[in-house]
Design a protein around this ligand. Structure first.
Ligand code: S3P
Length: 427
């Protein structure tokens, strides 16, 4: 159990950790490509290390440099069969994307994960890949890890998404890029598009038209150098912090601004929040510096297609309901129930401990402005990195005797979170 001193405001400049989604993909996709390529500024966290270890187990070499890794590979056609089980640890992205990477290789691969990941649904990738001819055996009638990917030959298909998930889309595209012919995937809403952007840059023919994505296989992917931008989802905690802690002023540097990720900025604008974005730069993946300071907040309703573009930021947005002039309502976000924790339940658990009035829906939540704070609240992380970071922020905001049970899990995406936050504190 950890206690934190009360913090009045936050001031300074933050360089947030590199993007987790893009780091996973850089390690995986360079491993699938032929040649030598550099990943510059990757995120090195528990999650992304799991991806790197998985790719090493199929014969890919990762050599550490001052600013990242050199990845050397003979490409996906020459993967070796792993001699042991691959442990995806806490990482849903590793497990789901690797299912798509390995399904067409004709190799026998076993994936598992930690206790939390073994409870998360895997049928969402197994089902569409089975339509492509891939073969699996997985625990609980094909729902959960451990999962065995059996040797098979895949065929291209035309399919409609059944979940709004970038991981599922990516698994299909990663199988599609290795499968002779054109695979078509039609999304239910536009989800993060890093896979499409990066596979195209590595030489695949990928065509996006609204919700429809076509990919041609079997592609010859050629290595390249990839520079990873800052993670918008990590920046989101500091955007939230500037609005939670009075008299704060923060500059968030080098933040990835891909519109399929940064839906939170649009919703903050709808809540009346003013921020500035400086020196927007980058190629296919835009990035920039965000300046934000404390200000009053209106409540809002978040629903519809934008939910997919801010899925990991919703616990932070719900928490901002405590500080707004009217409730924050989130709907259409049932996906939150199958993240590292059930993020509707775990977010509301902590807010209720603090004395907040909340409502829980099957697909969302409503958080009212807080009237009286219980400064003896015992908050929990539920082993979920994003829930832990918000709990730490709440403990620092309200002070008193508030505790957080286990904060080690921040290492999954933001190993230096506590130090980075402390550097900005004005007590
Ligand atoms: C991710 C996609 C999202 C997100 C996760 C990372 C990715 O999951 O929540 O943190 O890198 O593709 P879903 O695809 O399940 O929505």
């Amino acid at each position: 159990m950890t206690h934190f001193d009360k913090v009045k405001s936050l001031k300074g400049t933050v360089r947030v950790p590199s993007d987790k989604s893009i780091s996973h993909r850089s390690f995986m996709f360079l491993a699938m490509s032929q040649g030598k390529g550099r990943v510059i500024d990757p995120l090195l966290s528990e999650d992304t290390k799991a991806t790197m270890a998985a790719m090493r187990s199929v014969g890919v070499s990762f050599e550490e440099t001052v600013d990242g890794y050199v990845v050397t590979s003979k490409g996906y056609k020459n993967f070796q069969e792993p001699s042991d089980v691959i442990d995806c640890m806490n990482s849903g992205t590793t497990a789901r994307l690797l299912t798509g990477v390995f399904a067409p290789t004709g190799k026998y691969v076993v994936l598992t994960g930690d206790e939390s990941l073994r409870k998360r649904p895997m049928d969402r990738v197994i089902d569409p890949l089975t339509l492509m001819g891939a073969k699996f055996a997985a625990r609980n009638d094909g729902h959960n890890l451990p999962m065995t990917i059996l040797p098979s030959k895949t065929k291209p298909v035309h399919m409609q998404a059944t979940t709004k998930s970038a991981q599922v889309k990516s698994a299909v595209l990663l199988a599609g890029v290795q499968t002779e012919g054109i695979t078509t995937y039609i999304e239910k809403a536009v989800t993060r598009n890093h896979t499409e952007i990066m596979l195209a840059a590595l030489g695949a023919r990928v065509k996006t038209d609204g919700l429809k994505i076509e990919i041609e296989g079997a592609a010859d992917l050629r290595s390249m150098d990839i520079v990873v931008p800052g993670d918008f989802s990590s920046a989101a905690f500091f955007l939230g912090a500037a609005l939670m802690f009075e008299n704060s002023e923060l500059v968030l540097e080098n933040v990835g601004l891909n519109p399929t990720r940064s839906g939170m900025l649009k919703v903050l604008s709808d809540m009346g929040v003013k921020y500035e974005i400086d020196s927007e730069r980058g190629g296919a993946e835009k990035l920039g510096d965000i300046f934000i300071k404390s200000q009053t907040l209106k409540g809002c309703t978040i629903d519809g297609d934008i939910v997919a573009n801010m899925i990991d930021e919703l616990p932070m947005m719900a928490t901002l309901g405590l500080f707004a002039d009217s409730p924050v309502i989130i709907k259409g976000a049932k996906e939150l129930r199958v993240k590292e924790s059930d993020r509707i339940e775990t977010t509301l658990y902590n807010l209720k401990q603090l004395g907040a009035e909340v409502e829980e829906y099957d697909d969302g939540m409503k958080v009212f402005p807080i009237k009286k704070v219980d400064t003896n609240a015992q908050l929990k992380s539920f082993g979920d990195h994003r829930i832990a970071m918000i709990a730490i922020m709440l403990a620092k905001r309200f002070g008193g005797n508030i505790s957080v049970d286990d904060v080690k899990c921040v290492d999954v995406s933001f190993p230096s979170f506590i130090e980075t936050f402390s550097r900005l504190e004005q007590k």
